[in-house]
Write a protein that binds this ligand. Structure first.
Ligand code: SAH
Length: 581
């Protein structure tokens, strides 16, 4: 919940706009300001105060405990010009909240947390638990001081700044701060921090009624003796039959990790070092803890061990078993559409994925488009036109090694672009995330008017990968079906006859006056657009930077705009309001 507090009429007006924009998420705290701030601070995860920063600082000072628990606080000035992240920039989410508030109120977000302001990575922004001297190591990262990276494996993390590197590559590693990325317990101290990857699968078995303390105690003992951190537990795993076993369910909750269960038949197929007869008789698999931990693969670090009955029940049989497996990191491939060109048509999600990656793969001209958005330290693998298959292979290979990779394309990366060759190459061993982008046909349509108001199709006129007969058959089908057509890759220096040929096929079924929209460099600085007709279109004005959209038999030019009606009866569509939505 986000608590909203204001003191003046102007503040209240802005407050109400925010409340209206976020129904169910934002609560207005009325009444005297001091009491309202205090109540909201106690009850909400975040606060937006339409008050002077000084006033808020004074009101909150006595209430502060620590940054992991305190709410994030944003202040908005009387004039509604600035949304200032005052408190809890990272952990409290105030930086993100300031951005969101600014978006709604059309204000400027003000974010002062060091790591964000420099475009660098806050250690607490990795989405993974961090321990140790986080402030000391963050400071060193930000100062550009050497930070020795000691990682057990390659994790799909965002780019780290260049001063964070393995000891062998640092000039003077003895002086360096240390950033561990490991599931192992390591020596702590000043300027040493540990990021905990979610690498450990803990298999558990339990007889009916096993106490939660016994299960949790067993897990902690097993990890401690193996020198492993509980913060790296990815999940507890067991057999389906134990999905509701209270001691196991409560143990997962207490450890703050999900519980996942598998069918006994699946576990029975897993090769384990310590099978036994008891679970086979009880649940149908000779191993629960070891098999569940190993079922997704990995390295068995702690073979099956049994619990110690708690004080008072010494002498009775152990009621729980556990085993610990380290899973290999899974790389991450984000396939990101950048939109047609304009920065404000790049989606926030695409922007986020660009900052989430440590490796960027793409065509050089697209990389140039977004280079300023990358985190310092991002590896950029750019290549020239062509080389598509190779780009796709590179991106997948980098992800397979465990990295976080963003593969970019203009428009939507899945439309005549990189997503298909990349996913044809990718196996189940990497995670894939797709981010949609505004494709050229849509960007052009918005410039032209409303040409896609009825059924429409995109056809690429490039016969590089597709025989012309196939393309021609599709154009003919669209012509016969009276479907609006957008031609991608319409014409290049070496491919001049295809567009006139395609237009003549459409002209067999459409009037010579049928509107045709030609948009070059949609949304880019040198954008140009024209609405002409099938008869008047000059193919020489079309190049590879252009899309050509041909209307159907009902498409009209109205006030210079290209409009395809929602149906085939102009009058009734306009008159009844039907289909006008
Ligand atoms: N993935 C891209 C399309 C790649 S095919 C997308 O979704 O938009 C390349 C063709 O797209 C170009 O030849 C041109 O026809 C079209 N195109 C891409 N961006 C364009 C833009 N900004 N304006 C006009 N046409 C564009």
């Amino acid at each position: 919940m986000i608590g909203l507090i204001s003191a003046t009429a102007a503040g209240a007006a802005a407050r109400d706009r925010l409340a209206a924009a976020w129904p169910g998420r934002a609560v207005v705290y009325e009444g005297p300001v001091r009491a309202a701030v205090h109540r909201a601070f106690a009850e909400c995860e975040q606060l937006v105060c339409f008050l002077a920063t000084g006033a808020v600082v004074r009101l909150l000072a006595p209430l502060l405990s620590d940054k992991s628990a305190d709410p994030g606080v944003v202040c908005v000035d009387e004039a509604g010009r600035h949304a200032v992240a005052l408190l809890g920039g990272h952990a409290g989410g105030a930086n993100a909240l300031a951005e969101a508030v600014a978006e709604v109120l059309d204000a400027t977000p003000v974010v002062t947390t060091a790591t964000d302001a420099a475009g660098l990575l806050g250690l607490d922004m990795l989405g993974l638990p961090v321990e140790g001297d986080v402030a000391g190591v963050s400071r060193a990262m930000l100062d550009g001081a050497p930070v020795e990276l000691r990682a057990d494996a390659l994790w799909p993390l965002p780019a780290l700044p260049p001063n964070v590197a393995p000891g062998s590559t640092l000039p003077d590693p003895a002086d360096a701060a240390v950033l561990h990325i490991t599931d192992r317990v390591v020596e702590s101290g000043a300027r040493r921090a540990v990021v905990r990857p979610a690498s450990l699968a803990v298999g558990v078995g339990a007889s009916r009624g096993a106490p939660v303390d016994e299960v949790v105690g067993l897990v902690h003992d097993a990890l401690r003796e193996a020198g492993l951190s509980p913060l790296s537990i990815a999940e507890l795993v067991t057999v389906d039959a134990k999905a509701d076993e209270p001691g196991i369910v409560a143990a997962a909750a207490r450890l703050g990790v999900p519980l996942r269960t598998y069918a006994a038949e699946a576990l029975a197929r897993v090769e384990v070092p310590n099978p036994s007869g008891a679970p086979l008789a009880a649940v149908g698999t000779p191993s629960v803890a070891e098999a569940a931990a190993l079922v997704e693969g990995g390295e068995l670090l702690v073979p099956k061990r049994k619990s110690t009955p708690p004080p008072g029940s010494e002498g009775r049989a152990a009621m729980a078993t556990c085993a610990v497996v380290r899973r290999a990191p899974r790389g991450r491939l984000a396939v990101v559409g950048l939109g047609p060109g304009a920065r404000d048509l790049l989606t926030p999600r695409a922007r986020e994925e660009l900052r989430r990656a440590s490796v960027l793969v793409g065509l050089d001209q697209y990389v140039d488009q977004i280079r300023d958005l990358l985190r310092p330290g991002t590896t950029v693998l750019e290549s020239g036109l062509g080389a598509e298959e190779e780009r796709a292979r590179t991106a997948v290979a980098e992800a397979r090694e465990g990295r976080a990779v963003a593969l970019i394309g203009s428009g939507d990366a899945g439309v005549y672009a990189m997503a298909s060759p990349a996913l044809a190459e990718a196996g189940a061993d990497i995670d894939v995330v797709g981010v949609p982008g505004v494709t050229a046909a849509l960007a052009a349509a918005a410039v032209l008017g409303a040409p896609l108001g009825h059924d429409h199709v995109s056809i690429s006129l490039s016969d590089l990968h597709t025989p012309w007969e196939v393309i021609e058959r599709r154009v003919r089908a669209a012509a016969e079906a009276d479907i609006v057509v957008t031609f991608y890759n319409p014409r290049s220096r070496g491919r001049a006859w295809q567009l006139p040929e395609a237009l003549s096929i459409l002209a067999e079924h459409r009037d010579p006056a049928t509107p045709v929209g030609v948009v070059r460099n949609a949304s880019r600085p040198d954008e140009s657009a024209r609405v002409t007709s099938l008869a008047a279109l000059d193919p020489a004005a079309v190049d590879m930077m252009t899309v050509v959209t041909v209307g159907n038999t009902a498409t009209r030019q109205i006030a210079g705009r290209m409009v395809t009606p929602r149906g085939y009866r102009w009058q009734s569509a306009a008159g009844t309001g039907e289909g006008g939505r």
